[in-house]
Design a protein around this ligand. Structure first.
Ligand SMILES: Nc1ncnc2c1ncn2[C@@H]1O[C@H](COP(=O)(O)OP(=O)(O)OP(=O)(O)O)[C@@H](O)[C@H]1O
Ligand SMILES: [Mg+2]
Length: 307
């Protein structure tokens, strides 16, 4: 469903350039329910905005279904946003119109795309557990309720792909669980492909696959339910070995990102040695040759002998 290869996004503001994505690779299959995790500023929202057609990539490849988002025209982009993809923003206010009712909020994107279907709008609100709040204005609903309206809105045009940026960022645990089960149902029953960005580790632990982004590149992947390997990253992310198995991501050229914590622990800076023993590849800090064993830089040769 989604292929990104060497995806680059550069934000230019007056004199500063920020490279938010620096050659990111990711592949997401149709019907997957997966999560993206990573530190603040690592490029998660940037990636989601590009996939959602809200922002243009600077270079690289990004394909969603039949659409090539690097080459897509502005007109096609409108069509893409209306029919292929549903989006839930990190900032809730962007999803909702506060002076309209919950039902009107869900109906609005249907009207804009010419697929007005009030019965389906009601069904979506029932689906997210708001059948008795449909006719309340958005400002009369709680934060968690508003977030569920945002989910209903994102589904109004029956998208095949749902992108959600921190959907549980500002709700309590109970609402977060409810949102998670809505997503799970959508994924299982309607086959919607779902990509969420989250800091919520319990949520990340419940999806099929978790991809970690570091400094604008995919660094590692955690695939559900396969015991093994422990690592600093896994502990840092709170994923237990029973939940996910970790894989490091390699691009086509064989490049991989070694976690900073590993490099710091081994005091590797700039250069390392790599050994292959037929089974494993080992990356080690370069050997430091004690000065007396090597040729001293200032030694001079006299008569063919070292002095
Ligand atoms: N419109 C913009 N103009 C300039 N720089 C931007 C813009 N949007 C994002 N950035 C920069 O790009 C980098 C990636 O930002 P992004 O919003 O993708 O991070 P994030 O992983 O979503 O972080 P968070 O977890 O805090 O939401 C950051 O350094 C950010 O400052
Ligand atoms: Mg973000």
């Amino acid at each position: 469903m989604i292929t990104c290869e060497g995806l680059v996004k550069i934000y230019k503001t007056d004199e500063i350039e920020v490279v938010a994505l620096q050659g990111l690779n990711i592949q997401i299959d149709a019907g997957e329910f997966m999560a993206i995790i990573g530190n603040s500023g690592s490029g998660k929202s940037t990636l989601l905005n590009i996939l959602g057609g809200l922002d243009r990539p600077s270079a690289g490849q990004v394909k969603v279904g039949d659409w090539d988002l690097l080459k897509i025209t502005d007109k096609q982009l409108v069509d893409y946003k209306r029919h292929t993809v549903g989006f839930i923003w990190q900032n809730n206010a962007r999803n909702l119109v506060s002076y309209l009712t919950a039902l009107e909020n869900v109906e609005m994107p249907m009207m804009l795309s010419g697929n007005y279907d009030p019965a389906y709008a009601k069904q979506l609100l029932e689906w997210v557990g708001l059948s008795n709040r449909m006719n309340n204005k958005l400002q009369e609903l709680s934060g968690g309720e508003q977030q569920r309206v945002a989910i209903a809105i994102s589904l109004a045009n029956r998208p095949r792909l749902l992108l959600a940026d921190e959907p549980t960022g500002s709700v309590d645990t109970k609402t977060a669980d409810m949102i998670l089960s809505i997503f799970q149902r959508l994924n299982k029953e309607l086959g919607v492909t779902i990509v969420i960005v989250t800091h919520d580790l319990s949520m990340a632990g419940k999806v099929g696959r978790v991809v970690a982004i570091r400094d604008g590149m995919t660094s590692s992947e955690f695939i559900a339910r396969n015991p093994s390997i422990t690592s600093i990253d896994r502990m840092a992310m709170g994923l237990t070995s029973e939940d996910h198995e970790e894989y490091v991501v390699l691009d086509r050229a064989g490049r991989l990102q070694v976690p900073k914590a590993y490099l710091t622990a081994l005091q590797i800076d700039g250069k390392a040695t790599m050994e292959f023993d037929g089974e494993k590849i080992m990356i080690k800090a370069p050997k430091v040759i004690p000065a007396h064993e090597g040729v001293e830089p200032n030694s001079q040769t006299v008569g063919g002998k070292l002095k």
